[in-house]
Design a protein around this ligand. Structure first.
Ligand SMILES: NC(=O)C1=CN([C@@H]2O[C@H](COP(=O)(O)OP(=O)(O)OC[C@H]3O[C@@H](n4cnc5c(N)ncnc54)[C@H](OP(=O)(O)O)[C@@H]3O)[C@@H](O)[C@H]2O)C=CC1
Ligand SMILES: O=C([O-])CC(=O)C(=O)O
Length: 272
């Protein structure tokens, strides 16, 4: 038998969603060393991009589970996370999710947790477009006193969101605050831009106590995320300036790479 670099000879990985992030994930894994091909995609219509060629296309959770995945990666949106991920977990399939913001709603978090317990499966919450969550989660063990987040993106990334009520995105000449409040509210009001605030909240002080500022900045090219955390451990600041994916200006390349790393972490015996 040929040796495999993975824990199982042929990991059966499926993806939910066929947008910018799924495309980057599929291409990134297939182009890796060693390559890993995603075998199935759950999509509402057959995906056209060549990165999805050869994948089984499933229409719903039952179809996806019938394909027999070892691991499902959600990169579709809050609705898909809420409606499809619990069924996968309850069936014993580990899941990695991009749409972490859905977990800021306590009922969804409870539902997902119960499904994972029922199926003895694992839900992996990656850092996505952020960094520093390993340090934050460790620091939490000794007690945190404050966690704040400031997320700044170019105006185009805020199109079609409540930011349009806060300012005229097309006429901005200087940075404008488009939201200030809790991570819970940010994740709910900006489901395609503020998933990172829910991941931050889960790792740190929770969705109500994590303070969030969102900014539309016409001077920016990158999506910028800044975390400041304080507690018994001391203090840290983490900032990242992320390039956006070519197919979606809201979504950072780092978010897709974070999913790719989480998949490799799941299937490989050792990964730094
Ligand atoms: N954690 C993080 O750091 C980040 C998380 N995200 C999350 O990842 C999600 C995906 O991002 P991105 O790929 O850039 O978004 P896109 O809008 O480019 O793609 C979303 C894809 O998901 C599909 N989709 C939506 N709902 C469903 C469903 N119920 N069943 C099947 N397919 C569905 C869409 O299909 P259709 O064409 O049919 O609508 C589309 O193909 C975002 O919505 C956001 O929640 C995004 C950025 C960062
Ligand atoms: O990709 C990013 O920069 C962050 C993002 O959209 C999200 O958290 O939803």
């Amino acid at each position: 038998m040929q040796s495999t670099p993975f824990r199982t000879p042929s990991p059966r990985v499926a993806v939910i969603g066929a947008g910018a992030m799924a495309l980057a994930l599929a291409a990134g894994l297939a182009g890796g060393d060693p390559p890993l091909r995603i075998g199935a995609v759950l999509a509402r219509r057959p995906p056209a991009a060549p990165a999805f060629d050869g994948m089984a296309v499933c229409a719903d959770a039952a179809g996806l589970l019938a394909w027999g995945p070892d691991l499902v990666v959600e990169c579709a949106g809050h609705g898909a996370m809420r409606d499809l991920v619990p069924a996968c977990l309850a069936a014993g399939v580990d899941c990695i999710i991009a749409s972490v913001g859905a977990l800021a709603e306590p009922a969804v978090l409870a539902d997902v947790r119960a499904a994972a317990e029922r199926g003895r499966a694992r839900l992996v919450v990656p850092a996505g477009a952020l960094g520093g969550l390993d340090a934050l989660a460790a620091a939490r063990l000794a007690g945190l006193t404050a966690v704040t987040y400031r997320g700044s993106k170019p105006p185009a990334a805020w199109k079609g969101t409540p930011a349009e009520e806060a300012c005229d995105l097309d006429a901005l000449e200087r940075p404008a605050i488009v939201f200030e409040g809790s991570a819970a509210e940010a994740a709910a009001r900006f489901p395609r831009n503020a998933n990172v605030t829910a991941a931050l909240a889960l790792a740190g002080l929770g969705p109500e106590a994590t303070r969030v500022t969102l900014v539309a900045d016409p001077g920016l090219v990158a999506n910028t995320h800044r975390i400041e955390a304080e507690g018994a451990f001391g203090r840290f600041v983490f900032e990242t300036e992320n390039r956006a994916l070519p197919d979606n200006p809201r979504t950072s390349l780092l978010a897709a790479l974070s999913l790719q790393h989480a998949v490799l972490n799941h299937v490989a015996p050792l990964i730094p």
